[in-house]
Design a protein around this ligand. Sequence first.
Ligand code: SF4
Ligand code: SF4
Length: 186
Amino acid sequence: MSLWERAYLPEILRGLAITSGVFLRNMGRWITGKKGALTTFYPEESRWDYAPRNRGKHVLVQRANGKPQCIACNLCATVCPAKVIEIEAGFDPSDVAHPKFPLRFEIDYSRCVFCGLCVEACPEDAIRMAKETPGLPAEDRHQMWLTRDEMLGWQPQRDAAKPYPGNGGDPGNPADKGDEADKGAR
Ligand code: SF4
Ligand code: SF4
């Protein structure tokens, strides 16, 4: 450190000047009705600048017919370190290819640590995490359980940003390999 820095007091005063400057600038913008500091008034506002790989709300992938891609194997619930996933399996003998499905699939967001292990463990790529956060604030922790139908909101077949080589996809088309690329990005 230079002699000036070792004198200690000048650097303290410089730090205070920077802090006061930022404070006064934001206060001025606030008083004049402009958006000042990067403050998000959560939950009324949600941030627009989540990183693309942010692990936010869970999404259950739908098949082309709208049914969940999940086969209720319970792997995600087993691997979950917080033990917040509850699955009740159903059986549909008329669906020969995928007779087992989740009758109930719920996540307790009051205890989820957003580690993403459930997504990594899924053998069917049936659960993903969107970058947006779920609506967490609640007066009662029982309201923080997210149900199957609340998560079952994304059809990859209809999402141009994430093409999916499922039903209707062409495996030979490079555009249809987006799912694999997406898997690598997770
Ligand atoms: S993100 Fe982690 S804590 Fe949350 S449900 Fe998945 S495995 Fe469990
Ligand atoms: S989301 Fe995946 S890991 Fe979890 S039960 Fe369904 S198929 Fe199994």
